[in-house]
Design a protein around this ligand. Structure first.
Ligand code: XIL
Length: 320
């Protein structure tokens, strides 16, 4: 079957299909903006809505770049996900430079969440309120400055603040490595079930899905893993899907990548995932080569010239 724009196939099925975006390329590269507008009905900022960019100095907010992205989304009838309010990475120097008491850290968190969520009210439909708060074994991530300063309840405090600032936004907890089930996904499930029982305003869970193409995900375990969150009444989004190929890359490995993309999309559909976002769309721009120190490459759906790869056709088929 010929490649069709993903957003047309997704919309017919009530699904959001999106990608992470770097706003500077929107203006610099016509093919970047054109591919984006044609293929996706949902966007997320790859970096420009993170703490260090939005609040570079304490109390001084810079929304210009993120506003550019929001305008592009509006112009092209796309939904905008917000990423991310509270995370232990990409924090500004002024925050990292010192220790904070609990009261001070909560004050910083309140100002940041309130200003940011209010600014984007009516534009961002879903926020990753807290990103990566759990360690791989399911314990709290203790190296987070938020955990160190505030303690265990920083996550629920963040959700309450976000809800107060934007009562209409869907509020998500987002993390990686929960695709394989086991301890981290179970801990997340228990945490969110506890939040719901105590009336903490949480509406969804984000599974990042950064896993190399050699990982064959098994629908028999992953579909029920995702579905149990839906059974709690939460929305499930796949938020950062990409799939690096281990070098040296061959056509056979590219074919396997396409197959695995189709499997993961089928898993999402079967589990009732409401939004699937890729962490970028062209192999020209991906964090994977540098993150994996050159071990992996070609993780996305379009090649460096914006031509659709076999993965794109396989995803079209899996969406049909
Ligand atoms: C990454 C970006 O892709 C990089 O450009 C940046 O240098 C570091 O952050 N999990 C997340 C994302 O939640 O925000 C990260 O994005 C990738 C891992």
């Amino acid at each position: 079957m010929p490649d069709a724009p993903l957003r047309d196939l997704a919309a017919a099925r009530g699904l959001l299909i999106g990608t992470a975006v770097g706003p500077h390329w929107l203006d610099q590269e016509p093919a970047y903006a054109a591919t984006l507008a044609r293929e996706f009905n949902c966007l997320v900022a790859e970096n420009c809505m993170k703490f260090m960019y939005l609040e570079p100095e304490r109390g001084r907010f810079d929304f210009a770049t993120a506003d550019r992205l929001a305008a592009f989304a509006r112009e092209h009838d796309m939904r905008l996900r917000g990423h991310t309010l509270v995370w232990h990475v990409q924090l500004p120097e002024w925050f990292r430079a010192r220790e904070w008491s609990r009261a001070e850290a909560l004050q910083v968190m309140e100002t940041h969440i309130t200003q940011v969520a209010r600014h984007f009210r009516g534009q961002v439909f879903a926020w990753d309120v807290v990103n990566e708060g759990l360690a791989d074994d399911g314990a709290w991530r203790r190296d987070s400055p938020w955990f160190k300063a505030v303690g265990e309840d920083y996550i629920e405090q963040a959700f309450r603040l976000a809800h107060a600032a934007d009562p209409d936004a869907q509020l998500f907890y987002n993390d990686y490595g929960m695709e394989l089930g086991a301890a981290k996904a179970d801990a997340c499930y228990r945490m969110l079930a506890g939040f719901l029982a105590r009336g903490v305003p949480v509406h969804g869970v984000g599974f990042q899905f950064h896993l190399g193409a050699e990982n064959r995900l098994d629908p028999a375990t992953l579909v029920p893993n995702l579905r149990r969150f839906r059974d709690l009444g939460l929305a499930v989004h796949v938020t950062e899907l990409d799939m690096g190929i281990k070098k040296p890359i061959t056509d056979e490995l590219r074919r396997q990548q396409a197959e695995e993309y189709a499997t993961r999309i089928r898993i999402c559909r079967e589990a009732g995932v409401a939004a699937i976002l890729f962490w970028g769309f062209t192999d020209k721009y991906s964090w994977i080569p540098s993150f994996t120190k050159g071990e992996y490459d070609e993780p996305l759906l379009f090649d460096r010239e914006y031509r659709p790869k076999p993965a794109h056709a396989a995803i079209c088929a899996a969406l049909t």
